[in-house]
Design a protein around this ligand. Structure first.
Ligand code: GDP
Ligand code: MG
Length: 440
């Protein structure tokens, strides 16, 4: 992920003090690579990096003691901004029904998403009508009908002998007659953009005057998504985008590209084949996904709010000089507890899930903290300061003294070692001065 890349860049500068413009340039190269790896369109990357660099140089990055964090913070904020900043809502017609037209290439997920969107609307007490306007794909009508049955939403169809434009026209009349407040028109797609298709979509558009024209884009298509979005937008004046198949292993760079190129907001994200797997799109979450850093930023914010900066800096110094002891461990546990449950914290750290599995599974609760304290208190001062002294005999004595078991004592010592490693990793991301320096 980008976090570790930037760590590398700024890790090299450790101890040198302030960063230069060259260092920022090097960091920007890493940002650029990370975005390209996430499948963001190269032109979009170029513009984006130029913009962030300018801001980075204008800001306090150069003077900061935590330049990596400042740049990540900046990149993340800019990405979020570029993807629309906040979640954008579905338009609503002044006079119902609100007409939503789905468009996109074949296989993008139009039909599936139509069903999901109907489901989402039903959940807020709306009465959507689904319209089967793809008469070319043999099973398309049936597919929509099956979805409609599944969620008990009406599906308007005139078979495959009536033109899609006529189907759409009559569907609107039926929606008005039956009191459907939303009409979702599932249109045909092609494997590639072609003129006949665009002509048909334009006609449907003219007849139904949709409040929303949603382009359905397969997130897995990466760079290609840009061309698709651009042509559809030129022809149809999109009002928004739905990104599908985000449950795949794509980093979601398409989201950024599509928004940057068309300027149309991404309104929904689909993350699965199930009918319930459609959600409003969250730009901030997508930014983190593209950067590959989990909820790193919210963790940093929490850390800043929760941990006393001087104390954190002192802890960090101790860990780096291997002075970190069981006494500090106890203190650290108390600090970390301020951040919330440990397992959640590990969830937020990128790449921790696998590496720290053992530690992650440890649920820290009040009772357990007390037992940990009991164990540590049963150690001699010497043992607390030099954990490597803790051989089997000493562990047995400590277990007996604390009313715990040798297994528990072993587990704690293991946890202590893991935590030392984890804190080392964490603190190196926070820069040599701890979370205090430079972050705003
Ligand atoms: P259309 O040709 O644009 O109407 O696309 P469909 O709705 O028929 O979807 C094509 C395929 O993609 C189907 O197999 C869907 O089940 C699948 N699909 C659609 N959305 C998603 C999604 O969000 N995640 C996954 N994993 N599959 C999806
Ligand atoms: Mg379809």
């Amino acid at each position: 992920g980008l976090t570790s890349r930037l760590q590398n860049v700024f890790g090299k500068l450790r101890g040198k003090g302030k960063v230069s413009e060259d260092d920022v340039n090097e960091a920007m190269r890493e940002v650029r690579l990370a975005l390209l790896e996430a499948d963001v369109n190269f032109k979009v990357v170029k513009d984006f990096v130029a913009k962030v660099k300018e801001r980075a140089l204008g800001q306090e990055v150069v003077k900061s003691f935590t330049p990596g964090m400042v740049i990540i913070d900046l990149v993340n904020k800019e990405l979020t901004e570029l993807m629309g900043g906040t979640t954008s809502k579905l338009a609503k017609a002044n006079k119902p029904p609100t007409v939503i037209m789905m468009a996109g290439l074949q296989g993008a997920g139009k039909t599936t998403t139509s069903g999901k969107l109907a489901r989402l609307l039903q959940k807020s007490n709306h009465k959507p009508l689904l319209v089967a306007a793809d008469i070319y794909r043999p099973a398309a009508i049936k597919q929509l009908q099956v979805l409609g049955e599944q969620i008990q939403a009406p599906v308007f169809s005139l078979g495959d002998q009536t033109s899609p434009v006529e189907i759409a026209r009559q569907a609107l009349a039926q929606a008005k007659a039956n009191g459907n407040d939303y009409v979702i028109i599932d249109t045909a797609g092609r494997l590639h953009i072609d003129e006949a298709l665009m002509e048909e979509l334009k006609q449907i558009h003219e007849v139904t005057k949709p409040d929303e024209v949603l382009l359905v884009v397969d997130a897995m298509t990466g760079q290609d998504a840009v061309n698709v979005a651009q042509s559809f937008d030129e022809q149809l004046e999109l009002t928004g985008v739905v990104l599908t198949k985000l449950d795949g292993d794509t980093r979601g760079g398409a989201a950024l590209s599509v928004k940057a190129v068309t300027g149309r907001p991404i309104k929904f994200a689909a993350m699965g084949e199930k009918i319930d797997s459609l959600e409003p799109f969250h730009p901030d979450r997508m930014a983190s996904r593209i950067l590959g850093m989990g909820d790193m930023l919210s963790l940093i914010e929490k850390a800043q709010a929760g941990i006393d900066a001087d104390q954190a800096a002192e802890m960090e110094r101790k860990m780096r000089t291997a002075e970190f002891t069981f006494e500090d461990f106890l203190e650290q546990m108390a600090q970390v507890r301020k951040l919330g449950p440990l397992d959640q914290i590990f969830d937020m750290l990128p790449g921790m899930g696998g590496k720290m599995k053992g530690l992650k599974d440890v649920k820290v609760d009040e009772k357990q903290i007390n037992r940990v304290e009991a164990i540590v208190r049963s150690m001699t001062t010497e043992e607390k300061r030099k954990p490597e002294l803790l051989n089997h005999n000493r562990r047995k004595r400590i277990a007996a003294g604390s009313g715990t078991s040798v297994a528990e004592v072993n587990r704690l010592i293991k946890q202590f070692d893991d935590m030392r490693k984890m804190m080392k990793q964490f603190s190196s991301m926070m820069g040599p001065k701890g979370p205090k320096g430079g972050m705003k």
